[in-house]
Design a protein around this ligand. Structure first.
Ligand code: DO4
Ligand code: MG
Length: 295
C-alpha cells in the first residue's frame, strides 16, 4: 500500500494507491494523521487504510492523470553520505582530481562507526514529482543522486519509504569539503516522491532495485541501476545517529545515500529530465532548470 498526495481543484488531497495502481481518496489530511488513526485502533497503517477504502469508489483519474504533490510535508530532509562503495569512489575522484589511490576522509567515514549525516533540505526547498528541481548557477558539474528515503515520525520510527533526489554539485564539494552545504542545499535542490510505501508492506528494504535515468531532448543519456542490498549500513543505525541529542519532527525524511553516480564526464543541463525509480515505490520524475527560468 502506498500513500500519495495530489491536487484537486486548488486543494491538497491524500490518496491510497493500491498494488493495482488504483487511487482512493482518503479523508485524512496527511500521512501522519493516518498513522495516528491506525495506532489508536491497534492496526498497522496499511490494515487501517485497506479498511477505509473497502467498498469505496476510486478517484475518477488514473495516477498518471493526477497532479501529484510531495507525498508528505517533510519539515526537514536529512541525508546520509558515503554509505555505498560507489559513492566513496566518486567522492574520492572529486576530491583528488582523479587519483583514486589516495586515501581521503571519504575512506575514513565509509569505515567509521559514525556515519556522515547532513541537513539536506527544508519544507520550502523540497519539491514533489513533476515539479522542477533547480540547478546552481555557479557550478559546472551537477548530478542528481538517487536515494531511498526513510519517512520518520518524531520518535524515529520508519513509517514508510520514498524516493529522493539529493541534487549535488561535484565541483563545489570536490574543491573543499567545507563547501558541502553549498554543494547540497539551494532552492529546489531536493525532490521526494512520488509515493510513500508503508513500511510494513516492504518485505525487505535491503533488496530494492534503484534506477536513475536522465533524458536530454528525449535521448536517454544516463541509465544506471543498483540495489539497496549494497548499502554499507543498517537503516536503523542511520536513524539512531540522526536521533542522538536531536529533535525529530513527524514526517522527517532521511535520505540514505546514493549508490548511483552518472559517468564522471556527465553534468546536468537545463531541460534534462531526471527519473529515479525505486522498486515498489514508483518513478520520481523532475526536470532540471535554472532558478531564473522558473515561470
Ligand atoms: O560526502 C558527501 C555527500 C555524500 C552523499 O550525498 C551520498 O553519498 O549520497
Ligand atoms: Mg547523496
Amino acid at each position: 500500500m502506498r500513500i500519495v498526495r495530489y491536487r484537486e481543484a486548488s486543494l491538497s488531497r491524500l490518496g491510497a494507491l493500491t498494488e493495482e495502481g488504483v487511487v482512493y481518496r482518503l479523508e485524512a489530511s496527511d500521512l501522519l494523521e493516518v498513522v495516528a488513526e491506525a495506532r489508536a485502533k491497534g492496526l498497522s497503517p496499511s490494515e487501517h487504510v485497506s479498511g477505509l477504502i473497502v467498498g469505496k469508489a476510486p478517484v475518477a483519474f488514473s495516477l498518471e492523470e493526477l497532479e501529484l504533490l510531495t507525498p508528505v510535508d517533510a519539515p526537514e530532509v536529512w541525508a546520509a553520505g558515503v554509505t555505498y562503495l560507489r559513492s566513496k569512489e566518486a567522492r574520492n575522484y572529486e576530491a583528488t582530481g582523479g587519483k583514486l589511490d589516495a586515501t581521503t576522509f571519504y575512506d575514513k567515514v565509509y569505515d567509521a562507526e559514525r556515519p556522515e549525516l547532513f541537513l539536506k533540505s527544508t519544507l520550502a526547498r523540497t519539491v514533489g514529482p513533476g515539479q522542477p528541481v533547480c540547478l546552481r548557477s555557479d557550478s559546472n558539474w551537477q548530478v542528481p543522486e538517487a536515494e531511498l528515503g526513510l519517512v520518520l515520525d518524531r520518535e524515529g520510527t520508519i513509517i514508510g519509504y520514498t524516493a529522493g533526489n539529493d541534487m549535488s554539485c561535484r565541483d563545489i564539494e570536490g574543491e573543499n569539503p567545507l563547501y558541502l552545504p553549498q554543494a547540497k542545499v539551494w532552492s529546489r535542490s531536493c525532490s521526494i516522491g512520488p509515493a510513500v510505501r508503508l513500511a510494513e508492506t516492504v518485505a525487505d528494504p535491503y533488496a530494492l532495485q534503484i534506477i536513475c535515468r536522465i533524458y536530454r531532448n528525449g535521448e536517454k543519456l544516463v541509465n544506471e541501476q543498483a540495489n539497496t542490498g549494497m548499502l554499507k549500513r543498517r537503516l536503523e543505525e542511520l536513524v539512531s545517529f540522526l536521533k542522538r541529542d536531536n529533535e525529530l519532527y513527524d514526517g522527517t525524511v532521511l535520505l540514505t545515500g546514493t549508490c548511483l553516480v552518472p559517468p564522471n564526464q556527465f553534468t546536468l543541463d537545463s531541460g534534462d529530465r531526471i527519473e529515479i525509480e525505486i522498486e515498489g515505490i514508483g518513478i520520481l520524475a523532475n526536470t532540471a532548470v535554472y532558478k531564473h527560468e522558473l515561470t
